[in-house]
Each structure stands twice: as structure tokens, then as C-alpha cells.
Design a protein around this ligand. Sequence first.
Ligand SMILES: [Zn+2]
Ligand SMILES: [Zn+2]
Length: 758
Amino acid sequence: MKIRKNIIIKGIVQGVGFRPFIHKLVQNYNLSGWVLNSNQGVEIEVEGKTEEIDSFVSNIKKKLPPLARIEKIEVNQLPLIGYKEFSIKKSIVKEENSFVLVSPDISICEDCLQELFDPHNRRFRYPFINCTNCGPRFSIIKDIPYDRKKTTMNNFKMCSLCQGEYENIENRRYHAQPNACADCGPQVSLYQNKIKLEGIDPIEKAVKLLKEGKIGAIKGLGGFHLACDATNNKAVARLRRLKNREAKPFAIMSFNLEKIMQYCKLGEKEKEWLVNRARPIVLLQKKVDSLISPLAAPRNNYLGVMLPYTPLHYLLLKDNFTALIMTSGNITDQPIIGDNLEALEKLDGIVDFFLSYNRDIFNRCDDSVIKIINDNKVFFRRSRGFVPHPIILDFKLKEVLALGGELKNTISFSKENYIFLSQYLGDLKSVETLEFFKESIKSFKKMFRANPEIIACDLHPDYLSTQYAEEIKVKEGLKVVKVQHHHAHIVSCMAENNVKEKVIGVAYDGTGYGDDGNIWGGEFLLCDLKKYSRVGHLKYFPLPGGDKAIVEPWRMAYSYLYSIYGGGPKAKTLDIDFNRRMDYDKLSIIEKMIDKNINSPLTSSCGRLFDAASSLIGIRDEISYEGQAAMELESFCAPGITERYKFSIYKEEEKFIINPQEIFIDIIKDLKEGIDKKVMAAKFHNTVAEFTVDLCGKIRKDTGINEIALSGGVFQNKYLTEKVVFLLEDKGFKVYIQRKVPPNDGGISLGQAVVAGS
Ligand SMILES: [Zn+2]
Ligand SMILES: [Zn+2]
């Protein structure tokens, strides 16, 4: 007896060759019906015998195409219709509210790469070759369902050959929406002095210019890169000068792993992530004496390296260059540029040429950045290749739009048990980033049919994201939930690990607004998904100059010294290099600021503790990019050091307070004895690890809670994180860290969404 079944498949099932896969699979059975893309996912109807249908459904799950991901299959039995054959039907849009998952951009696949360099292939050296298994997705999608006319490929009409491939179910390019060839698809052009050069091979010309030491703006998948030869010191120096970027590391790109091994150390995990289809930038340990310009990442042990991910990158790098600098094409502190005209306008003073093309980028997206810590990938930036994959919870939330923090901003929408985190947006204090933020809210809202009833934001009254929440609250009458910064950090970690029970949260970062109005950042919270209580923190010290002290770590170093040794000549005449570098009068001003409480807010920030140590040890007194002092301090750590400095923990009004003053007394002893900076850096890290674990033990004793969630930007520090996790696990704690979203402020919109929506 025949039956009819309707099957709805949700997950990443569009733009990944799912319908041809179904069509092929169905040939093995005696089934009739149809398959189509809807805004719910893929919908199938089949008529046939029960056993055949059951086997068909189980094989869907078993034999998935490489990029597909199934989240859910719903099967319903319906009355027979009497289908004669099996067909692929046109996409339909059903309920307004239903949504589908959208695939991130994916690097060129092996098959396409082979064709790209095959002189007999009709797409030989065509820079936009792609297929169902690879190519642009998120960056070109304007709306769902994923169809060519809803992407920025809508301007290109397929030629008859491409159309033939597109319609042929046996073909790798069957329904590959960005399918194109040199006759019908996007074209590359090279511009110099805003003029398009004619009669040249733009890619060969770009290679020639780069080899001459020129700087180019090269259009990638999610935006422009600024590129130059990474082994050419003069070119890299010039790029730093023109981009007005003193020291912040530049990412680089090499043709293959062999090239990378010439200048970086590669572990198995590092290799695995370099070749991953998402093609993130992986932070790798530098080899000494490499060909790469030291200016690529000055005073840093690590280099951010990626493999090519577009055919255009492969054409540029094949047989050329050890590595190219490929840094985001933007004006400092502004978002990555995706628009051709905007690039020509804004980057003209920085570059010697533009290598661009005429397919538009709809969703701009920076490269993702990861580092392997404890054998896991830890995101520094989650963007291209990963966005818009959702974070999947095992519980449902109310619909929330979470607006994130201020620096490294991302936004999140929650929908059922999914949370869609946006790409990295940046620092909202720039007007352009604020625009990008609003644009992304609109784009995500549309793409995922989001209809939030709650707006979540930070507690900080001055954050532009908080102010934006107030603005739309009035305009759209939505409820606003303000979430404390470090609570959001910890819940972000809990959510991605699907932890719902109370944990001890350790949140170490630079700055977050506390519920007592002070600047928090070295926090021990007992929390669940809704509430938290602060059970411990680093002792408060004044931050002389507020934001100024963040870019001038010596101020915080002196704040500690002053608190220990007192004013007048006492602290200022200690016989240490720090005092020899500092201006006596300037230090006196700091004392006055602290005494009279002039712009000297109290802080418990762990980031500032690292800053102070970095300055006092003599590594960095002033910074030119966020986190620089701490990063360089980490870079200095000598391996194999087990000693540490002293600290104390005491209880005050039911809270544990970690007093780090003794650390500085010990550092001064070491300075006087002329101990190696590298040893001091390691001893400092060991101490932070030790007091963290010590306090976790005390809290466990009081509460019986054995689960620890670690979050906050400080946990991007590999030395510290590995040490803390090792020591905690050694003491029998269950430790959760962040692997799906960044532990830095790029992850807090996730935490906000969960706090507000659960
Ligand atoms: Zn392909
Ligand atoms: Zn064509």
C-alpha cells in the first residue's frame, strides 16, 4: 500500500546542492513527488511504500552533501494525491515569519581550483569560478529564499553554457546561484589614479605592481584588503605610515602550508584550521629569522596568517610571493569597505592601485581571527566563514535583539532556539561603524524574519548601543533589558556550552560598567542565565585619567606604586628603571589627581592589572592599539617558569577581594635584582593564574559549585588560559571556555540575548 509523506528539513539546506542530492537519492527508490526550497528550508513530498520512504528519509541524514547541515526534520503523513513522477519545483515563500539558515561564504573547493588552473577548461583563470560546494554566500545574499535574483548576482544573465550547467541535475553547478564564466559573469579591473586600465591582464599587472613594492586595494569576498609584499620591508613600512597604523599587527596570506612553514611554526590544530573551508586568519608562532618583514607584527611572537579563499587570491599568489600583507581595507577605526566607489574615494591616498570587480558585496564581512588555545580554536574575531551560522541552544528564547557593547561590537537576534550573531562590526564610536551597525540590524532582521519583542543592551549609560536601545524603545515601543557587562560575558560562555545551572563565572577584561558605577573587569560572579551576584573581585584602585590611562599604562602602574609606597618622593624615587623613564612632575600630577579624585574612577579591571605590570616591568608604557601592553607582556613570557609573586585574598562585606599590591612589591625586588623581563612576565602570569584558582576554590567551599565559566578578553591570553584551565581541572573543577564566539566583547551580544530572552 502506498502512502504520502510531507518532509520539512531545516538547517543549512539551501545553496549547498541539497535539491539535486534529493533528486539523485530518490532515483534509488520507487517514489514520486517533488522537492522545493521554501523559506522554512527544503520541503519534500513523496508517495510510495512505507519502507521505501523510511529508508529514503534515513539516507537523507546519512548521505548529506558536504556543506549541508540538518537541524531538524519534520515528517507528516497526508492523503494520497497520485504523483506520477518526481520533480524539482520552484521555490515558494510561505508564512512571513518562517526563516531559513543561510550559509557563510566558503573558500573555493578542490574541484573548482583544479579547473581554475586547467588550460583546457573553459573557466581557466576565471577569477569567479564557483559551484554548489563553494563560493560567496552570506556576502551576496540580500534576502531569502536563496535564489540568484535575491543576490548581487542578479545583474548578471547566465550564458547558454552556464544556464545549461545550472539546469542540469547531474552537474556540479546545478542551481549554483553565483554560477558564472568569463563570458557572462563578473569581471576584474585594475584602476590607477581612479582610471581603469584597458588592454592589460589586471591580475598580472597587479602581481607586477606588488612585486615592485606597490600597495594595492584588492577586493575580496567581504570587503577590500590592503595588500603589499610581506617580505618587502619598505613597502610594509610605507603601508603602516599611510594607514597611520603604528604597531597593530597586519594579517598575511600565503599560497599554501609549505610557504607558511617557512616563517611560522605549525601544529596539527593550526593546520586543520588554516585549511578549513571557513579560511580564518590563524594566529601562529613566528619562526626567528624569517623572510617576513618584522613590521608585519612588531614586538609580537605571533603572526596572523590565512590561506587564499577566492579564485582571485589563488591567481595572485600562485608561483608568486612568500606572503602578501592582506589587512582589512578601511580607514583606522572604521569598518571594512565593501563598495567600489567608496573604496576609490577613501583608499585613494593609501594605495597605488585597485584590483576590483563588478559584483557587489551586500553584507560586508571582515576576515575571522582565531588562535589555538588548549587545543581548541578561540575566536578573536568571528566573521567571514562563520557568520551567519547560528549558535544553537537546547532551549527556546523569546525574540530578542541584543545590541552588544561598544568596542568590537556585534549584534544578536534570537529566534526559537537559535541565536544569530552578526559579523564583527567594530568600534561604535566611529560614525561609519554606527551606520554599519544599523545597516546590519536591518539586514539580519530581514534575513531571519526577526520580530524582536525585547531589546537587550549594556548597563553602561554612555555606550552608543545603549543610547540606540533607548531610541528604538521610544520609536517602536519595545521593552529594554539592560544586562551587566560581565554577566553577559559569562552567560555567553554558558549559552554556547548549553549550561543552565549556576556557575562560578570568572570575567577578566578591560572595562565594563559595574552595578555600583565603578569600572569592573576582574570579576567573580555566581550566576545563572537570569541573575548574578558578585562574590569576589580584584581590589579597587584609582584609574588616573580614565580613558587616558587605558592608552597610557604607566598611569595605572603608578597608581599601584602610589597606593603602596605613598606620595612625595617615596614611590617616585624607588631605584627602578620605571622611575628613570618617567617625569617626576608628571607623577606628582597623578598623585594629585588620585588624592583629589579628579577623573580617577575606581577600577577592578584585570586588563589594567596586566597594563600596569607591562609598564612596570619595562615592556610598554603607552599603547597604539587595544590590548597591546598585555599582548606584548604575554609575548615576553619565558617558558618553563613555575615561580610566582605573592598576593592576598581577604573578605570584605561578604565579598572576596584579591589584593595585587604584593605583586608589585615583588616585581620591584626583581627589577632591583636585574631579573630577566621574560622571567618576570612569566611569574606575573603564574600569579594571576594562581589567585584565580585560589579564589575559585574558596567560592566552591562556600557554595559547593564546581562549574567554572571563563570569559572576557583577557582569556585570549594563551599562556594564562592554558595555565588557569590546567590548574582548575587539576583541582577537579569542570571548566567551560568559549569556542563558538569570542571571549572578548564580540561575544557579549549572545549573553545579552540569553539573559533578556530566557
Ligand atoms: Zn567549487
Ligand atoms: Zn557563462
